[in-house]
Design a protein around this ligand. Structure first.
Ligand SMILES: C[S@@+](CC[C@H](N)C(=O)[O-])C[C@H]1O[C@@H](n2cnc3c(N)ncnc32)[C@H](O)[C@@H]1O
Length: 117
């Protein structure tokens, strides 16, 4: 619970905790491709933008909340083209209650792989 949720006051502390976990458990390196499903408002994407080094180091963050995907694309990808975001239109009663496109796993996977490749 200490590493999810939170507000402005805990944004950086939680972000640092996530990066420390990625280093400790996955051996995070600058030339890795990182995918995050449920990327929220970019708490992990922002530090990863500096850690990951293109062309091999890159990030794809997927979420069902379109406005935050649009914001991150505009503000983060513009400056860091190796950091990409994609909207996945899955319905969720809390985060995406009004969208109704049923998730199609094959379409989702091909979109993800196209973006990472
Ligand atoms: C608790 S937030 C965590 C955000 C981010 N990982 C972080 O650490 O700051 C969970 C996120 O998952 C997203 N989410 C929920 N269901 C999802 C789904 N089926 N596919 C993709 N993202 C989803 C939500 O929109 C929300 O942004």
């Amino acid at each position: 619970m200490e590493l999810t949720g939170g507000g402005v006051d805990t944004f950086e502390k939680i972000s640092a905790g996530h990066i420390a976990n990625l280093r400790a458990h996955l051996g995070l390196e600058g030339d890795m491709s990182v995918g995050e499903i449920g990327r929220g408002i970019g708490r992990n994407a922002i530090p990863l933008a500096d850690i990951l080094t293109p062309p091999n180091g890159r990030y794809l963050g997927i979420d069902i909340v379109r406005p935050s995907i649009d914001w991150c694309s505009q503000h983060i990808s513009k400056r860091y083209p190796h950091v990409m975001f994609a909207w996945f239109d899955a319905q969720n009663t809390i985060f995406n209650p009004t969208e109704h496109c049923p998730p199609r796993i094959s379409a989702f996977l091909s979109m993800t792989l196209r973006s990472i490749a």
